[in-house]
Design a protein around this ligand. Structure first.
Ligand SMILES: [Fe+2]
Ligand SMILES: [Fe+2]
Length: 142
């Protein structure tokens, strides 16, 4: 199911918010393609692969950009936020590996569940930003 951007996810940093919106868009692209496959409809596997690669490349770039801001800000609690990126990158890399091995409907369903998990994790990641000092630093950097 699509995830929709909500104003409450805004950080107050226009550039970061734009990237988060793009993040949602790319996640939905992956989700949409995985749903087509799970319904047994024809979709060249390359399309799913391309959507996943786009999403992961963008995620890694985005995390690096955020980390540069957080390191520059020098906030100690922000280290936790950076660690969360590390965990997230590991999940994305697992997802990438799993995608290469999709063979049957069971694998596709597993992949769909993984997408749902990634979406939930990301929404939580940006919503809980205030807890680890992230929002304060991100807002300052405009
Ligand atoms: Fe972010
Ligand atoms: Fe982040």
């Amino acid at each position: 199911m699509d995830i929709q951007w909500k104003d409450k996810y805004a950080t107050g940093n226009e550039k970061i918010d734009e990237q988060h919106r793009q993040f949602f868009h790319l996640m939905n692209e992956v989700q949409e393609k995985s749903e087509i496959l799970s319904k047994g409809m024809v979709l060249p596997r390359m399309k799913l692969q391309a959507a996943v690669e786009n999403f992961i490349d963008f995620a890694i770039e985005h995390f690096e950009e955020e980390e540069t801001i957080l390191i520059k800000c020098g906030c100690l609690k922000c280290k936790e936020h950076i660690l969360k990126h590390k965990a997230y990158k590991q999940i994305l890399s697992d997802c990438q590996e799993k995608m290469k091995k999709i063979k049957n409907t069971e694998d596709i369903n597993w992949f769909g569940d993984m997408c749902n998990f990634i979406q939930k994790y990301f929404v939580e990641h940006i919503q809980k930003g205030h807890e680890d000092g992230y929002l304060d630093c991100i807002k300052k950097e405009r």
